[in-house]
Design a protein around this ligand. Structure first.
Ligand code: AMP
Length: 283
């Protein structure tokens, strides 16, 4: 496995790799969710690249950029075991030098859900992902359904800017009790960790209700809110039943929908989602 730190090292490494090259962008502190993306890339592609970069421009003021968990040595060990071909660990000053002033911004689909509560977040995400696409030149890029809106936004960017690559969506990997794996789960204390299972209960309750014939978006939203309200440690930021392609909030009867939520447990903000119906995020 080549460990590249500069753009020049990365480009030299990538030019020797067979194609298609599959890219898995991450912020590190890897868990089985990240590794499932690497496994999917390995199945599809003769060469796999991973980036590890905690991207400052996607964190808002007061968010957890400084405290975001980092463990480079452990990450590299995991990626070696996963037979990754090249890892890029760029420096902040190299990606965002003082002269930096060019941003990639997707409009409509970034205004809702996460975008409504984290202003500037997706501008940071799309800018860094565009830079990663230019740096690696992958033919396929792998993203988790865990960050559903991110997938929709990146699909939009790839289509609008004609990046010559395919975006692949991978299912959310969960703990045995249903909590979605996330680097941020490491912030939770024991009580908060136990309380956080309410997220999957709320999602499953709405999915079950829909299967049982409850098709009104309002009723499904209420169902999720009721389950979340049973857990006093859960402070809800939003609960949404949205169109999986446009991310517009749905009213009336729904056949397909993205069920999603952001909930605080103490100072830790967790997101989770599920999809109703046979539909792919972002179309
Ligand atoms: P992050 O390091 O949090 O930026 O995540 C890097 C990639 O891993 C993103 O495409 C995430 O959607 C994906 N990811 C994070 N958690 C999970 C999970 N539990 N299951 C599947 N993919 C995940």
């Amino acid at each position: 496995m080549i460990v590249a730190r500069t753009l020049e090292e990365l480009r030299a490494a990538c030019s020797d790799l067979p194609r298609p090259l599959g890219l898995v962008p991450t912020m590190g502190y890897l868990h089985d969710g990240h590794l499932s993306l690497v496994a999917a890339a390995s199945r599809d592609c003769p060469a796999v690249g991973v980036s590890i970069f905690v991207n400052p421009s996607q964190f808002g003021p007061g968010e957890d950029y400084e405290s975001y968990p980092r463990d480079e040595e452990r990450d590299l060990k995991l990626l070696r075991s996963a037979a990754v071909d090249v890892v890029w660990l760029p420096q902040v000053v190299d990606l965002y030098p003082e002269t930096f002033q060019t941003w990639v911004e997707v409009e409509e689909v970034t205004r809702r859900l996460e975008g409504a509560h984290r202003p500037g977040h997706f501008r940071g995400v799309t800018t860094i992902v565009a830079k990663l696409f230019h740096a690696f030149g992958p033919q396929r890029a792998y993203f988790g359904q865990k960050d559903a809106q991110q997938l929709v936004v990146i699909r939009r960017m790839v289509a609008d800017l004609s990046f010559p690559l395919e975006v692949v969506s991978c299912p959310t990997v969960r703990e045995p009790d249903g909590l979605a794996l996330s680097s941020r789960n490491s912030y939770l204390d024991e009580r908060e960790r136990a309380a956080a299972t309410v997220l999957i209960r709320a999602l499953r309750s709405a999915v079950r209700a829909h299967k049982g014939g409850v098709r009104q978006a309002d009723k499904l939203r209420e169902r999720m809110e009721e389950v979340l309200a049973e857990q006093p440690l859960a402070k809800v930021e939003y609960v949404s039943i949205a169109d999986p392609v446009t991310l517009e909030e749905l009213e009336g009867e729904v056949d397909t929908a993205l069920l999603s939520m952001a909930v605080y447990f103490g100072s830790t903000r967790l997101i989770d989602n599920m999809i109703i119906g046979d539909v792919s995020l972002g179309g």
